[in-house]
Design a protein around this ligand. Structure first.
Ligand code: NAD
Length: 362
């Protein structure tokens, strides 16, 4: 039985606890400001849990997740646990397990680009870049039949197969169109229908779903062309609807466009409102304990949780407006610091700045 006010908070390893502390500060503010009564409950995960309990996902952590409305995840892993067998390592045994266990079939990665951080020339991004990558997460090439084989000459080979069923494409397409309705009402569906049969099914199914969303425009782009357009002129795009593998690659290309991992949140969603929310980056061992990590991806992950799992749009949007304002004012952690006219701050100070900006906006 789920407790409607509980969220599971799993800070994990490395910079996870430092950036999570800032996200919890922000949660405290919205809890008080909107009388939300959200109860964050902390538990161990990843390497920290291996050290304490011998497993990256102890039963008590899984039980907490099962009783919660959503999971706010930090990041897990580090060299200390690299020697373990792959199925016991922090990422596989906790994060990948949770995604599978809760059938989280969609991964959302919003990406906004700040002019001074993008590797692209200013004239290519001056119209603004605001993308939402919607990636299918539990089907396609990574989950199809795979194996090793030999040909008739005894040469060693290996294969992976790319399968999609209509049902899988329909549910991710439905989500992409529904999300586009609240944005610029434009879906770009990515495929490779010129050479892959599974991608013909993808394209036909997306077309059929689009008939229910007449107010949202749809275009199809081959993945190679999409990858080129992201470098040439990313401004016209809104929601990118991607099969698993293409989404894996394009979402990292979007991350590259934005210039820093410390800015990028992600949401993994299932059939109901339950979701797992986490920064796109890892445990950043080079920054641990130095008050240098950027907490904005973790704070933005919290706003996605409020929007998608708890339906608290007002609070989510307040957090996002505060993040935008802080960045526009030139307040930056080291990963975003590009000019002496900006103000360099640490992890804790960045969290404080977001809270101060929320106070001003209320
Ligand atoms: P990483 O994302 O931890 O670091 C890559 C680079 O990005 C580093 O220079 C780091 O300083 C920087 N960076 C990352 N997050 C940042 C932030 N919030 N603020 C400022 N800079 C930031 O990737 P890595 O070095 O390849 O991996 C380190 C560890 O993290 C490994 O053990 C890996 O397995 C794990 N990892 C975990 C996750 C996850 O939990 N989802 C994801 C990726 C990597």
């Amino acid at each position: 039985m789920k407790n409607k006010n509980t969220i599971a908070v799993l800070p994990g390893d490395g910079i996870g606890p430092e950036v999570m502390k800032e996200a919890l500060k922000v949660l405290d503010f919205v809890n008080n400001n909107y009388q939300l009564k959200i109860e964050p409950k902390l538990s161990e995960v990843g390497g920290q849990a291996i050290d304490l309990y011998g497993t990256a996902l102890p039963d008590k952590t899984l039980e907490l997740c099962q009783k919660s409305k959503a999971i706010l995840f930090g990041s897990v892993g580090g060299t200390k646990w690299d020697e373990l067998p792959s199925e016991k390592r922090p990422e596989r045994a906790s994060l990948l397990f949770l995604r599978k266990h809760f059938k989280l079939f969609a991964n959302l990665r919003p990406c906004k680009v700040l002019n001074d951080l993008s590797p692209l020339k200013e004239e290519r991004i001056q119209k603004g870049v605001d993308l939402l990558c919607v990636r299918e997460l539990t089907g396609g090439l990574y989950f199809g039949e795979k194996g090793k084989k030999f040909n008739k000459f005894g040469e060693k080979g290996a294969f992976d197969t790319l399968n999609y069923f209509e049902k899988e494409v329909k549910r991710i397409a439905n989500l992409a169109f529904t999300l586009a309705r609240k944005r610029k009402k434009k879906v770009t569906s990515i495929d490779k229908a010129n050479v892959l049969t599974s991608m013909v099914l993808w394209r036909e199914t997306v077309e059929s779903v689009s008939k229910k969303f007449k107010d949202v425009s749809l275009e199809h782009l081959y993945v190679d062309n999409m990858s080129m357009q992201l470098m040439l002129d990313p401004s016209p795009y809104d929601v990118l609807l991607c099969p698993n593998t293409f989404g894996d690659i394009l979402s990292d290309q979007c991350a590259g466009l934005s210039g820093s991992l410390g800015l990028l949140p992600s949401a993994s969603l299932g059939e109901n409102d339950f979701g797992l929310y986490e920064p796109a980056g890892g445990t950043a061992p080079d920054l641990v304990g130095k008050n240098k990590a950027n907490p904005l991806a973790q704070i933005h992950s919290l706003s996605l949780l409020l929007r998608y799992s708890l339906k608290k749009e007002e609070a989510a949007s307040l957090i996002e407006r505060a993040i935008d304002r802080v960045l526009q004012k030139g307040i930056r952690t080291r990963d975003l610091f590009t000019s002496k006219t900006q103000t360099l701050v640490g992890t804790k100070e960045m969290g404080d700045e977001v809270v101060k900006e929320m106070e001003r906006l209320c």
